[in-house]
Design a protein around this ligand. Structure first.
Ligand SMILES: [Zn+2]
Length: 306
C-alpha cells in the first residue's frame, strides 16, 4: 500500500509518502499567507509524487469532524467549515481520511513508535498549549469528535486569562508561553540576575529557558521545574479519569525531555490516590519527532483503505 500523509499547522505543512510502514519520501515547507489551507494540502501531496498513491491521510491542527472530513475550526489554520476530504478526493480520486493531528501522531507512536504493544495510552502534546489524544483498546477515542483538548480544563477559576477566553486553563500554567512569562517576570524584575544575563535582550523562548536550566542556572531550573510540576498536576487528573498504561509526551516543549517530564512524573506519582499500593503509568517522551502527525495520517488512511 502506497499512502501519503500530510500534517498541516498554521505555518508549516509536512508530507510523507509511505510504502507499507516505511517512509520513502518526505517534504516540508512553509505555508504562504496567500495559499489557502486546501491548496496547501493538495500541493504537499503532489510534492511527494501523488502518482500510484492508494490512500491519503490529512492531520490538521484544529477541531476536525472525522466523519465528514471537515475542519470545523483551527486556532492557527486558515478557514472554517472546510470540506477537506471532499476537495482532496476530487483531486486525487483515492480514499481520504482527515483527522486532528494529535490523533494521527498518537497512532504513529502506537503503530511504529514508543507506544507499540500498548493498548491504553494518553498522548499529550506540550508546546504552545496542551492537546492530545486518547487511545483506548488500541483505537483512538474521539468522543463526539473533539476529545483530548484537555489544555482547556480549568484548574484555577481565578487564574490567568487563556487564549480561549476562559481563565485558569491548565495550559496557562504549563506551556511554552507559561514558561516564557515566568522567565520574563524574573528578567524584568531583576535585571542583574544570572538569568537576565544568560537570556539577554533576545526574545525569550521556552527552549532558551530550558537550555539555561540545563546549563546549570538555578533560577531557570526552578522555573522549568514549576512548569513541569503544573504539567504533572494536570496529568494526575487525566490518570484519575483514564488510568492509562502509558503516557507519551510530545510537542515542542514536551519533546525536550527530562527537564520538564521529570518534575511532572514526580508530581504525578505523589498525586495518585492509593499511594504506594499502585504503580503509576510510565511517562515517556515521543519517539518519532515532528513527522509523527504526517506518518500517522498516512497509516490511518492506509488501514481504512485496507
Ligand atoms: Zn483555555
Amino acid at each position: 500500500m502506497i499512502a501519503v500523509g500530510v500534517d498541516i499547522g498554521g505555518t508549516k505543512v509536512l508530507a510523507v509518502r509511505l510504502d507499507g510502514a516505511e517512509t520513502v519520501a518526505q517534504t516540508r515547507f512553509v505555508v504562504e499567507g496567500s495559499t489557502g489551507t486546501i491548496d496547501a494540502i493538495i500541493q504537499s501531496v503532489e510534492s511527494v509524487h501523488a502518482d500510484e498513491v492508494q490512500a491519503i491521510g490529512v492531520g490538521v491542527a484544529g477541531l476536525v469532524n472525522p466523519k465528514d472530513g471537515t475542519l470545523v475550526w483551527g486556532p492557527h489554520v486558515q478557514g472554517t467549515g472546510l470540506a477537506i476530504r471532499t476537495a482532496v478526493f476530487d483531486r486525487f480520486k483515492v480514499p481520504v481520511h482527515v483527522d486532528n493531528d494529535a490523533n494521527t501522531a498518537a497512532i504513529a507512536e502506537l503503530r511504529v513508535g514508543g507506544a507499540r504493544g500498548y493498548q491504553n495510552v494518553l498522548f499529550v502534546t506540550l508546546g504552545t498549549g496542551i492537546g492530545g489524544a486518547v487511545i483506548i483498546d488500541g483505537a483512538v477515542y474521539r468522543g463526539g469528535g473533539f476529545a483530548g483538548e484537555w489544555g482547556h480544563v480549568q484548574i484555577d477559576r481565578d487564574g490567568l486569562l487563556c487564549d480561549c477566553g476562559k481563565r485558569g486553563c491548565w495550559e496557562t500554567r504549563a506551556s511554552g508561553p507559561a514558561l516564557v512569562r515566568l522567565a520574563r517576570q524574573v528578567v524584568t524584575s531583576n535585571t542583574d540576575s544570572s538569568l537576565a544575563r544568560i537570556l539577554g535582550a533576545e526574545s525569550i523562548t521556552g527552549e532558551s529557558v530550558v537550555a539555561a536550566a540545563d546549563g546549570g542556572d538555578e533560577t531557570a531550573r526552578a522555573l522549568v521545574t514549576e512548569v513541569g510540576r503544573s504539567f504533572g498536576q494536570g496529568l494526575a487528573g487525566l490518570v484519575a479519569i483514564f488510568d492509562p498504561e502509558l503516557i507519551v509526551v510530545g510537542g515542542g516543549l514536551g519533546s525536550i525531555g527530562e527537564s520538564i517530564v521529570g518534575p511532572a512524573r514526580r508530581v504525578l506519582t505523589d498525586s495518585l490516590h492509593g499511594g504506594k499500593l499502585r504503580v503509576p503509568p510510565a511517562v515517556q517522551v515521543a519517539t518519532l519527532g515532528p513527522a509523527a502527525g504526517a506518518v500517522g495520517a498516512a497509516l490511518i488512511a492506509a488501514e481504512e483503505a485496507g
